[in-house]
Design a protein around this ligand. Structure first.
Ligand SMILES: *Cc1c(COP(=O)(O)O)cnc(C)c1O
Length: 225
């Protein structure tokens, strides 16, 4: 992918998001594009920032740190969202430069995040990650336990929980999974629903997504080598 394509891709995704929101009778401003820049180097990301894009997602704490301390120094209005699994021994570091943690998925992690927020005096908004397909090795709390975890995070740990996040199982119709996420958010009074990726963000918007996380359709295929 050419660096110059990145800005055109963001514009085209944003146009499709607007059309999907209007078709669903929603305000296009109620849906935010999270540009997922994992595996992509700084020189691929800078043009997006220069073109005015501000909201980005990364999956790994170490990789994100190496890129975004620099990029946030260049542009302090960046909002960086953690969308990958968080180990408890990385929480302290993650809290120093992530602005939103989308992947709270277990009581122990909630407790450590609460302790480290107290210590750091920094309280990034948090989302609860839900494993809507109850898939074996996948991150996220089981849907049946989601309400309980949300209540624990709020009451026991006073975490700033603002929403839910999820990734539907590969190869299934994502719509029921999106609807489940939207329902869990609604019944818990949470306003943020992070769902939808390159292949399904329009359906996610129809189902009520407030944040879509789009990577490859913006930055091209990922090379994990
Ligand atoms: C990588 C990733 C994305 C982006 O996926 P694309 O299919 O490249 O748009 C979104 N959400 C999560 C949790 C991811 O890990």
């Amino acid at each position: 992918m050419l660096v110059s394509d990145v800005v055109a891709n963001i514009q085209s995704i944003q146009a499709r998001m607007t059309a999907a929101a209007i078709a669903a009778g929603r305000d296009p401003a109620s849906v935010t594009l999270v540009a997922v820049s994992k595996t992509h180097e700084i020189h691929h990301i800078r043009p997006a920032i220069a073109a005015g894009h501000r909201v980005f997602g990364e999956s790994r704490v170490q990789e994100a740190k190496a890129k975004w301390i620099q990029l946030k120094a260049e542009c302090p209005e960046i909002q960086l969202r953690l969308i990958g699994p968080l180990q408890t021994n990385k929480v302290r570091e993650a809290l120093t430069f992530f602005d939103v943690i989308e992947t709270i998925d277990r009581p122990k992690l909630a407790r450590v995040v609460a302790e480290e927020m107290e210590r750091a005096g920094r309280r990034p908004h948090c989302l609860i990650e839900i494993n809507t397909g109850a898939e074996g090795q996948k991150a996220g709390i089981e849907p049946a336990l989601a309400d309980q975890l949300i209540t624990l995070c709020r009451q026991q740990y006073s975490l700033p929980i603002v929403g839910v996040m999820g990734v539907p199982p590969v190869g299934q119709d994502p719509l029921p999974h999106f609807q489940l996420l939207a329902n869990i958010a609604e019944r818990n009074g949470l306003s943020v629903v992070s769902m939808g990726m390159s292949g399904d963000f329009e359906q996610a918007i129809r189902a009520g997504a407030t944040h879509v996380r789009v990577g490859s359709a913006i930055f091209g295929e990922r090379d994990y080598k």
